[in-house]
Write a protein that binds this ligand. Sequence first.
Ligand SMILES: [Zn+2]
Length: 262
Amino acid sequence: MRLAALTFHDVLPDGHQPSPHGDDFYAVRATEMEQLLSHLRKRHYRTVNSKAFRAWQQGQGALPERTVVFTFDDGYTSHLEYAASLLIRYRFTGTFFVNPEMIGRPGYLTWEQLRKLVFLGMEVGSHGLTHRPLTQLTREELDHELVQSKRRLEEQLGIPVHAIAAPGGFWNGTVAEAAKRAGYDAMWISTIGMNGKETNPLALRRVVVRSPLDVDRIASLVEGQPSALWWASSQQVAIRLLKRTLGVYWYERLKRRLVPEA
Ligand SMILES: [Zn+2]
């Protein structure tokens, strides 16, 4: 059995104003997210969070055939305003990856709002301390990002933090080693694919969804249909080439114009 994991970023209401942090490239609209959840619910999908996924990977318990993992990156206020309530309405759950340094900034969740997410049954994990690409850091900086983000989340929320999502999907073996050293047992990245029991828990695959969201295509992906995975991979190859050619700095500034519509 293999599971897909989806990555959401900002979730916008219809007719939204641009978000204060000014990066809605990866955003989806709340109505699109609801269409996807409704579709998956009708197909009898269930969700697990990162922790339950890892328990399954380690042989603790079985999962229903149709199971998917929902992850949310960056800690936007919309995750409490829209995402969490939609998940609850459709009896789904999610894992929310946040950067302690961004908490409380305009457009981002506050600690109080994060505690509410936890109270609502959502899992919270680290997304690094500052959202810097982890592959660009020295060993000391890398350890600092991973250790301090985990510690601050655990102190502020009073929960253990076992999972991390690599900011921007920037990942390599050094980053995985550092995550292990810092005490994480799951690292989610942005490589397209499904996750089985044999998948490296420090390189778990995810598919980023963004607007305009094609519900049928995403549903095919969740079902692991090869053509849907191929399509998503080809998009990712284009993005990876751009990142490599332009470097992180220019990619982040130009992606809006260069990456084809999903
Ligand atoms: Zn991010």
